[in-house]
Design a protein around this ligand. Sequence first.
Ligand SMILES: [Zn+2]
Ligand SMILES: [Zn+2]
Length: 332
Amino acid sequence: MSANDAPGDSGDAVAGEPDHDADPTDAFAVLGNEVRMAALRALLAAEREASPDADAALTFSELFEATPADETAGFAYHLRQLTDRFCRQTDDERYVLTYAGREVARAIRAGTYTDSVDVDPIPVDDPCPFCGAADLVARGTDNYVAIGCEACDRPTLTLPFPPGGHRGHARENLLEAFDRHHRHRLALLADGVCPECSAPAEARVGYRDDETTVDGGESWADATEAQDAAAGGVPRRPQVAFDCEHCGCQLRSPVTLSVLEHPAVVAFYHRHGVDVRDRPLWNVGEEWREQVVSEEPWCVRVSTRLDGDVLSLFVAENLEVVETRESSVKAS
Ligand SMILES: [Zn+2]
Ligand SMILES: [Zn+2]
């Protein structure tokens, strides 16, 4: 059990189709009450305070005491409304959170549904991937962070960051946390797992359709675009579109960003004394190139060059890296 796993809910694995019998309207209606919210908060607090080998279950009267309810009869009614969906009774008639109850209680505690954070502009240390100016600035509006260039006026990316991330990290660490958050989400997607709901996520490499680069409010401008334009490259850029049919999560990103965690990339950088994790998503370095090798079937060559050594990854339509090659262009 990891540190983040809460005790209480065991077993009950059910595979297969989602339970569409449960009506979300009913589920959310149950939550619209101060006493029930307080009960969920108390159950979550009990889990946090329980020692690793003690259980976090609360008795009826412990729960009653933790809420603003004034009589036990009324409280019993509220608790029945929560029971089986958001909490359940243990064999000794105490109460623990269910999976749904825990998710809701954590989201409420973290401000996911209620907290809107704006951030005063933060200067970014890295140069603009388009014009090279040291004028990148991050701005936060309503739980979204946009990084753009004051010199060439181009946005590099706009992505959400949960209020807990905004509130929890000191201002000087915020952008690093934001970068880590999205790298891991992207790595999960690249591994075929949706970061929102954990269902299978599909990846498809294709040309970017400029009219639909923003999906679900998440977008990356292509950090290698300017380099290719400068090199006389084609304006049509490949990108990867991620899609989770189960929850509707979508994201589009440059192909390069979705191979950053590939072992060949991590090892290549490590051998050259560079931790590739130090390269932020808004500027992974000017040494990266992308080239469409074939459209039928799709193959994109993503390459990077350090100290005269070149690493190339050949990426198929489903984002599988079908081949890696290393070569040296060192003058000797
Ligand atoms: Zn710029
Ligand atoms: Zn999903």
